[in-house]
Design a protein around this ligand. Structure first.
Ligand SMILES: CC(C)(COP(=O)(O)OP(=O)(O)OC[C@H]1O[C@@H](n2cnc3c(N)ncnc32)[C@H](O)[C@@H]1OP(=O)(O)O)[C@@H](O)C(=O)NCCC(=O)NCCS
Length: 274
């Protein structure tokens, strides 16, 4: 581990058995341990000099996509999030970020173009992004802002499973109904994003009313059963988050990544790349 990256105060907290990484700014270089999912929390609204530095590692296609956003703020957030994803992939794969080729899989799930044990998934909400990296298997992450005005019971009744809709309707207050709705929503999106299908097949294709449950989703058309384990993430105030991956004894390491620290570590390890 580079000395420049290990001096800092608490930026990581671990769920489960992983507890030895509290004093590092970035995770150790190289692939994460086989039973771990690393989740990076990244602030997408950064000062121009940080954004400009990170911009260097975007591909031509990503720049083009950024140029298609209507609002400059959305474009800047996309660029920052994509650059931090590339920086993370480069860190774990120990490969220069510009050499990392991304493609999209079934229904648009971004993935590495070259074969690798490393899987990732991204979710953003306003100025916040969560990026999950793991060798556990396919992974899905979702984050949503709390405190929104949502027609929780109506939406759940028309889109969720009957069981989920009944649980939401029976929550004691409207506020608690919304909280439960958002909790179920993020679990569903995490599972559907791990699977790669997105919400295309319907939000009622999986029941997420039990936390940390082994969930079986039957893909329409091909009769393939895919099982997922979903867990709630409590890493951010004011947001609900969930993560899904194949069932197993995995734990989550949560990293509060500061872009300026990440750049510093990165430049020390890959001089000339940023
Ligand atoms: C993927 C999806 C769940 C995103 O939900 P969201 O809450 O709006 O957004 P999030 O911030 O949580 O996630 C967005 C990220 O998910 C990832 N993503 C995109 N498609 C994905 C998929 N099919 N599976 C998993 N992840 C996906 C991308 O990294 C994207 O970020 P990016 O646009 O910066 O690259 C939603 O767009 C969806 O269901 N799409 C279904 C696929 C679809 O209908 N495609 C249309 C062509 S068939």
């Amino acid at each position: 581990m580079d000395r420049a990256c290990s001096h800092d105060s608490s930026r990581c907290c671990a769920d489960g058995q992983t507890k030895d990484l509290m004093n590092q700014t970035l995770p150790p270089l190289g692939l994460p341990p086989k039973t771990v999912i690393d989740v990076w929390r990244v602030e997408l609204d950064q000062p121009p000099e940080i954004a400009a530095t990170l911009d260097e590692i975007l591909s031509a296609e990503e720049r083009e996509r950024a140029n298609r956003f209507v609002f400059a703020r959305d474009a800047a957030r996309f660029r920052l999030g994509r650059a931090m994803l590339r920086l993370g992939l480069a860190w774990y794969l120990e490969q220069p970020p510009r050499e990392i080729r991304l493609t999209t899989g079934w229904r648009g799930k971004p993935r590495l173009a070259d074969p690798s044990e490393l899987h990732f998934n991204v979710s953003h909400c306003g100025g916040l992004a969560l990026i999950a990296f793991t060798t556990v298997g396919e992974v899905g992450v979702d984050v949503e802002a709390l405190g929104r005005d949502v027609e929780a019971v109506d939406i759940a009744t028309s889109n969720f499973t009957r069981n989920e809709a009944a649980l939401i309707a029976s929550a004691p207050t409207p506020e608690e109904q919304v909280l439960l709705f958002l909790r179920f929503w993020t679990r569903k999106e995490a599972v559907l994003k791990a699977d790669g299908c997105g919400i295309f097949d319907g939000l009622d294709s999986v029941d997420v009313s039990q936390p940390a449950a082994n969930l079986v989703r039957l893909r329409e058309g091909d009769n393939i059963e895919s099982g997922w384990l979903v867990r709630d993430l409590n890493m951010v105030d004011g947001f609900a988050g969930s993560i899904a991956a194949p069932p197993g004894d995995w734990s989550i390491r949560k990293w509060n990544i500061r872009c300026e620290d990440a750049i510093r570590c990165f430049v020390a390890r890959f001089p000339g790349e940023l």
